[in-house]
Design a protein around this ligand. Structure first.
Ligand code: PGA
Length: 250
């Protein structure tokens, strides 16, 4: 049976002091829920947040990961560096990286592979733009984004990966896909994987992201193919973040 997971993406919306306070509040308030929980701080705060998380059951993740193992890549952070600081997860292909930092299907696949090689779980973000949804090509877009990684890395590596379906129009906008809209795409993703490997399709966690809040989490998590959430805005408030996490219990 798949385990559920909630992952917080703090983006570039925090400073050292508020990161410390937030992680301490999450640790102090974590309810007894049978699901996983993780946070992705900005790179700089990974060591300190990691120290605070030591001995808890909350996982640590990075918001990105380099395309290469090492070398002349000014400003980049490589997978083994993240592993040294005990990152268990790395976001790969977030739409903000695709839109603002020229991430392509190809570089996303390279990042995914770097994570796998370092024994870090890639959280592969895919999802359509508003125009694409309006044109009715949502399935084509997620299939293209997913197939690019499968072709590069191989389906077997999805055994140690998470997929985050994040419709770009729902990120940070307050617009959420309805639970039914999200479920439809999650099911499509699972079927695409099942055509290649049934066992991997059944076991992989496919989480939803895009304005997840305590008010909509329960309906999303009730869907059979939604195994949790990638949370941006509401992961910056311990109370909301933990309420979302508690929505599995209901
Ligand atoms: P949001 O962000 O929850 O603020 O919409 C989600 C994300 O970017 O992963």
């Amino acid at each position: 049976m798949r385990r559920d997971i909630v992952i917080g993406n703090w983006k570039m919306k925090i400073n050292q002091q508020s990161a410390q306070a937030l992680v301490d509040e999450i640790i102090a308030g974590i309810p007894d829920v049978d699901a996983d929980l993780a946070v992705c701080p900005p790179y700089l705060y990974i060591p300190e947040v990691g120290q605070r998380l030591a001995g808890t059951r909350i996982g640590l993740g990075a918001q990105n990961i380099a395309t290469h193992l090492e070398g002349a890549y000014t400003g980049e952070i490589a997978a083994p560096m993240l592993k040294e600081f005990l990152c268990k997860y790395a976001l790969v292909g977030h739409s903000e990286r695709r839109a603002n930092y020229a991430d392509t299907d190809e570089t996303v696949a390279m990042r995914f592979q770097q994570a796998i090689d370092a024994d870090i779980i890639p959280v592969l973000a895919i999802g359509e733009l508003l125009e694409e949804r309006e044109q009715g090509v949502t399935f084509d877009v997620v299939a293209r984004q997913l197939n690019a990684v499968i072709d590069f890395s191989g389906i077997e590596n999805f055994q140690n990966a998470i997929i985050a379906y994040e419709p770009v129009w729902a990120i940070g906008t307050g617009l959420t896909a309805s639970a039914e809209q999200a479920q439809e795409v999650h099911l499509y993703i699972r079927q695409l994987l099942a055509d290649k490997n049934q066992r991997i399709a059944e076991n992989i966690q496919i989480i939803y992201g895009g304005s997840v809040k305590p008010q909509n989490a329960e309906a999303l998590f009730a869907m059979p193919d939604i195994d949790g959430a990638l949370v941006g805005g509401d992961s910056l408030k311990a109370d909301s973040f933990l309420k979302i996490y508690s929505s599995f219990q209901k």
